[in-house]
Design a binder for this molecule. Structure first.
Ligand SMILES: Nc1nc2c(c(=O)[nH]1)N[C@H]1C(S)=C(S)[C@@H](COP(=O)(O)OP(=O)(O)OC[C@H]3O[C@@H](n4cnc5c(=O)[nH]c(N)nc54)[C@H](O)[C@@H]3O)O[C@H]1N2
Ligand SMILES: Nc1nc2c(c(=O)[nH]1)N[C@H]1C(S)=C(S)[C@@H](COP(=O)(O)OP(=O)(O)OC[C@H]3O[C@@H](n4cnc5c(=O)[nH]c(N)nc54)[C@H](O)[C@@H]3O)O[C@H]1N2
Ligand code: SF4
Ligand SMILES: [Mo]
Length: 739
């Protein structure tokens, strides 16, 4: 029996797992008790990694789509050549922007692929690059970019020491934390409470985290900017702002403060559906706790005021003197720092170019995915006619996914790099499947920037990849080279070419090794000393702990004056517009749809692993009893839900955990169309929430998809029979329209 310790790369918690191998087969997967980060925590998805490794429906060979919509296996050389030929053909006929790329969530868990991604996009030469960011983190990136000068300078709550955690739009008990890598969230939160601290959860649903909390504030979806700015306003009017801390750290606070003071507190209260007295009390508690921190995530980002609310989270921390302080919002200083790569020319930024049809801005080089369908459908120079997707499923993950699915079917050429035939990749002409992710050596690159402690780990593959199989990065590199480019598309390409010429092949691990060794804990290539290298980490199977979070942020700020720029223009504009929107009446004749996550799912995948989908079907719309009664609905019944872009049926679950007027549905379901390719998922298909979400309306600063707070109506019978049909192809609306 062999035991191999390896980081789980499914979600952001990055838990350490132990794989017990017998005769080359995985006999058991357990949490690694000695892992320096997770100390014996893992969830059922981590344990199910072994099922992913052996899933017979996971693709083992490249596939070509046949005219009948089925797939046939082909050889690697032919597959890569056809992919390159197809992409080049579109580039010749439609121009470089005619070839789009979409990189899905799992790339952030694969540092080698992430390093090669830029090289491929630059080799294609397209500006039409899309990702999961606009359904996830773009508001956080843009806020950090404007405040601190780097998209990845991301404040995280000091869970280890804080006395007061205000958690908004996140459900870490289920998600295990997002932009907050701290495995074993239940224990972190219990630790806070045991110290006598307070956990306040702001969520329109009494989530699993809210159940554990000391106080649950059932906010109106989309109301967080109003709540947070209301709290900052209270600090200003009650003279509770830590002016010393603000002057020391920031620039432009007074201008922002002036605007916040001018907001009407009663209007703020009605915009978030939380009483003014509660907002004021929360502000006083926040300021008077020994230490405190506000933390916000997805529920806030994927919202009509996503960037403004994310900025307001940081503003509250700053105003109360909690930014970069112990027990407050702190910053990681990892041994291997992604921010050094982002600092290379052309990598980081926001608003440097815009989409063709709707003029939506890029963030970190990617355009908002809400405009993918219209960029494919709208004729003209730069129209998308070819697409490469990597580890993504935008048909289920972006708003109005059905419309995108129809658009994909109309492309001239599409290639996908994925483990499965899913709702998106089924439209590809060629699918290139990587070897099982468990066969690749892994080193944490993205998540150390948001880790609760600074740790460094290198994990081996649990088995060699099969004969002729390729890792993701090898596939991406082959495509980048085929399209005439280099490996990384950064200034690193020059030295790499030199080394290759000298006979030394440097792959992604070599680049990471170089970054590690020249970083703050690196060995600087010296033969003796305590410094780190990949070779040394390979001998530390549970990783190394380099200490907890340290206070201060100036060393991480990339603005020349080393201060936090509170008054960045795009956000000040959003603040002014928000102020004027407060006088508009809050429409009230519909329900608001929000999303949720479940412990056994990870976005749209893992639904083909039997251990994660057995039991009761989980894709149900939760409805408050009063709303169910008003619509004449009973528990378990299938209801017709109508939004601006879609009408369809979904089973309901009546639950008083919902704020009245708000309904909730998990995302990532809707597998009917791939039932023959993913047999277990096909048994419990569910429906996709993103059939109902609207690509026509986006958030104002970054063009974020609005996936929470989507207006819907519930009907007992098909409303189309009565002539109330949504626009079948919704026309996009200008950004300003939906404030
Ligand atoms: N088990 C599991 N874990 C996961 C994932 C998964 O799919 N399953 N996905 C991973 C990924 S990719 C990510 S990005 C993270 C996300 O992790 P989190 O950011 O923690 O996201 P969610 O668990 O979706 O929790 C969002 C919460 O916001 C609430 N909400 C909705 N609208 C609003 C609003 O307007 N205001 C407020 N205050 N709250 C609102 C929802 O009710 C929900 O409880 O999770 C990661 N971890
Ligand atoms: N309504 C609503 N929509 C949402 C969200 C929400 O909260 N509500 N959340 C959004 C968020 S935060 C995210 S991150 C997105 C996620 O959405 P996407 O990033 O579009 O896709 P995923 O559902 O994560 O699907 C990942 C795909 O990658 C494949 N894959 C997994 N591992 C690997 C690998 O190692 N290599 C390769 N080549 N392929 C791999 C899987 O087979 C799967 O097909 O969804 C977003 N959509
Ligand atoms: S919480 Fe589960 S899925 Fe996420 S890293 Fe840990 S074991 Fe893996
Ligand atoms: Mo995500």
């Amino acid at each position: 029996m062999t035991i191999i310790h390896r980081t789980c790369t499914i979600c952001e918690a990055n838990c350490g797992l132990s794989y017990e191998l017998q005769g080359g087969r995985v006999a058991h997967v357990r949490p690694d008790d000695e892992d320096v980060l997770s100390h014996g925590y893992a969830c059922p998805k981590g344990i199910a990694n072994a099922e992913l490794h052996t899933d017979p429906d996971r693709l083992r060979a490249p596939m070509r789509r046949t005219p009948s919509g089925q797939f046939e296996p082909i050889g690697w050389d032919e597959a890569i050549a056809s992919a390159v030929e197809g992409l080049k053909r579109v580039r010749t006929s439609a121009g470089a922007n005619g070839v789009a790329t979409y990189f899905g969530n799992p790339i952030v868990h694969n540092p080698a692929a992430l390093l090669v991604r830029t090289g491929l996009i630059r080799a294609i030469g397209t500006r039409n690059s899309f990702s999961a960011g606009s359904q996830d983190t773009s508001p956080r990136f843009a806020t950090s970019y404007h405040l601190y000068g780097s998209s990845f300078t991301i404040p995280i709550p000091d869970l280890e020491r804080t006395d007061y955690l205000l958690c908004l739009g996140a459900n870490p008990r289920v998600s295990n934390g997002s932009f907050l890598t701290a495995p074993g969230m239940r224990d972190w939160l219990r630790g806070l409470q045991r110290r006598g601290g307070k956990l306040v959860v702001v969520d329109p649903r009494r989530s699993e985290t809210a159940v554990q909390a000391d106080e649950h504030v059932a906010i109106l979806p989309g109301g967080d900017a109003a709540l947070l700015l209301g709290m900052v306003r209270e600090l200003l009017t009650a003279d509770l702002v830590d002016l010393l801390a603000v002057r020391e750290l920031a620039r432009g606070f007074d201008d922002a403060a002036q605007q916040v003071r001018a907001l009407d507190p009663e209007r703020l209260a009605s915009a978030c559906g939380v009483a003014h007295e509660t907002i004021a009390r929360l502000a006083h508690e926040f300021a008077s706790a020994k230490t405190s921190v506000a933390y916000s995530r997805i529920g806030i980002c994927n919202n009509r005021h996503g960037t403004l609310a994310t900025w307001a989270t940081d503003l509250l921390n700053l105003a109360a003197g909690r930014l970069a302080q112990v027990g407050g919002a702190m910053f990681a200083r990892p041994a291997l720092d992604l921010r050094r790569l982002l600092a290379m020319p052309g990598m980081d930024g926001h608003g440097r170019f815009h989409s063709r049809v709707r003029q939506l801005p890029e963030t970190l080089g990617d355009l908002p995915a809400a405009c993918m369908a219209e960029e494919i459908e709208t004729p003209g120079h730069g129209q998308i006619r070819g697409l490469l997707t990597y580890a993504g499923n935008p048909v289920l993950s972006v708003p109005n996914g059905r419309r995108l699915g129809r658009a994909l079917a109309d492309l001239d050429f599409m290639v996908s790099i994925d483990l499965y035939i899913n709702e998106t990749t089924r439209h590809a002409d060629i699918i290139l499947p990587p070897a099982s992710p468990l066969t690749e050596e892994h080193m944490d690159l993205v998540f150390p920037t948001v880790m609760i402690r600074n740790v460094a780990r290198v994990s081996p593959g649990i088995a060699p990849k099969g004969e002729g199989e390729r890792h993701d990065w090898e596939i991406l590199r082959a495509l980048a080279e085929g399209m005439g480019g280099g490996m990384t598309g950064t200034p690193l390409d020059g030295p790499l070419r030199w080394l290759r010429w000298l006979g030394a092949e440097v792959g992604p691990m070599g680049i990471l090794d170089g970054l590690l060794r020249t970083g703050p804990h690196g060995d600087r290539f010296l033969p003796v000393g305590r410094g780190l290298s990949v070779a040394k980490l390979r001998k530390m199977p549970h990783g190394v702990d380099l200490g907890g979070l340290e206070s201060g942020v100036k060393d991480l700020i990339r603005h020349r004056d080393r201060s936090v720029h509170v008054d960045a223009e795009p956000i000040m504009t959003a603040l002014r517009e928000f102020g004027s929107s407060l006088s508009e009446p809050v429409p009230g004749d519909h329900l608001l749809l929000v999303g949720r996550r479940e412990i056994l799912s990870n976005n749209s995948w893992l639904h083909n692993l039997p251990s994660l989908v057995n039991g009761k079907a989980r894709c149900r719309l939760r409805v408050h009893p009063s709303d169910a009664q008003a619509a004449g609905l009973v528990d378990g019944e299938a209801v017709w839900m109508q939004s601006r872009v879609h009408v369809g049926q979904v089973p309901i679950e009546v639950s008083d955990e919902m704020r009245p007027g708000v309904v909730s549905l998990p995302h990532g379901w809707g597998h009917q169309e791939v039932a023959c390719f993913q047999r277990a998922a096909g048994e419990v298909p569910g429906v996709s929430i993103n059939d109902w979400t609207d690509d026509g309306r986006v958030e104002a600063v970054v063009g974020q998809s609005i996936l929470n707070g989507v207006p819907v109506r519930l009907h007992r019978t098909d409303p189309r029979a009565r002539g109330c049909a949504p626009a079948s192809t919704a026309q996009p609306q200008p950004m300003e329209e939906h404030r």
